[in-house]
Write a protein that binds this ligand. Structure first.
Ligand code: ADP
Ligand code: MG
Length: 277
């Protein structure tokens, strides 16, 4: 660890979490005392993509949205890349799902609405997230008013394809069929993941699951899932119809972010918030 990785501007603190590609720690800006999250990435994982890191980070720095974790700065030192990001304190949506069990339709639709607004904003900028899953959805604070915040967008692009494939194989449950077939990385992959997340929020378990990854891949590539009884019995047709338009194997036939935002499941449950758009 270099003693002074950020030209003396920041001091590193406690670990906030670890991911497949990185360690995340708090960082304090010495001049102001302001706290940030610092994502530390091993450059070895970006082999072959070194040239595009600067370009990608420059694009990601332009992203400013209330439901997206802001990226402020990047520093490069020795074998590491340090990304200075907005700090949030509410933890992962994943832990919230585990503790709640599942969400009401209204609460689920409100969260999905915010995710769709953020994803539609990214897609309009030509950026796909490509790694949407509850672990990458953070809460701004640990209270009822905690906003959903998307993290990790676009970064998968700077990792080598082999690394991305390795993590996809680590948590394949959220990955679109075209990714498993190595056929595509378009914006449509995000809408597939939103379908998976919606399904999980409403029933508390994933649509595609098998302890054997080969079987799981087959299920995903066939788009084979069910609205099992009794868990789905009391869930509305609108919610199911919404999911049916997202868990579509052919990316060209899948809803895009705009179409998803216009679906009755979102519209009906977020009437009071529609002015936000
Ligand atoms: P990876 O891309 O390697 O999976 P993540 O960016 O998802 O890494 O970060 C790993 C963990 O670190 C997250 O799941 C979360 O717990 C924590 N974390 C990431 N970013 C922030 C942040 N901006 N503020 C607070 N905690 C964060
Ligand atoms: Mg992550």
């Amino acid at each position: 660890m270099p003693r002074d990785p950020f030209g003396g501007k920041y001091e590193l603190g406690d670990q906030l979490g670890t991911g497949a590609f990185s360690e995340v720690r708090t960082g304090v800006e010495k001049a102001t005392g302001k706290k940030f999250a610092v994502k530390i990435i091993d450059k070895a994982l970006c082999k072959g993509k070194e040239g595009m890191i600067d370009t990608e980070v420059r694009i990601l720095k332009q992203v400013k949205h209330e439901n997206i974790i802001q990226l402020y700065e990047m520093y490069e030192m020795d074998n590491k890349i340090y990304l200075i990001m907005e700090l949030v304190t509410g933890g992962e949506l994943f832990d919230e799902i585990v503790s709640r069990g599942k969400y009401s339709e209204v609460d689920a639709a409100k969260i999905i609405h915010k995710i769709l607004l953020a994803i539609s904003y990214l897609h309009d900028m030509g950026i796909a997230h490509r790694d949407l899953k509850p672990e990458n959805l953070l809460l701004s604070e640990r209270s009822k008013s905690g906003k959903i915040m998307i993290s990790d967008f676009g970064l998968s692009k700077i990792f080598s394809d082999d690394e991305v494939m390795k993590t996809a194989c680590g948590t394949p449950g959220y990955v679109a069929p075209e990714v498993l077939q190595r056929k595509g990385y378009g914006k449509a992959v995000d809408l597939w993941s939103i379908g998976v997340i919606t399904y999980i929020l409403l029933c508390g378990y994933p649509p595609f699951y098998h302890k054997d990854n080969v079987e799981l891949f087959k299920q995903i590539m066939a788009g084979k899932y069910e609205f099992d009884r009794p868990w789905w019995e009391n869930i509305s047709d609108e919610a199911k119809d919404f999911i049916r338009h997202l868990l579509v194997v052919r990316p060209g036939n899948r809803y895009d972010a705009r179409q998803a935002l216009d679906h009755p499941f979102i519209k009906m449950n977020t009437v009071s918030e529609q002015t936000d758009r």
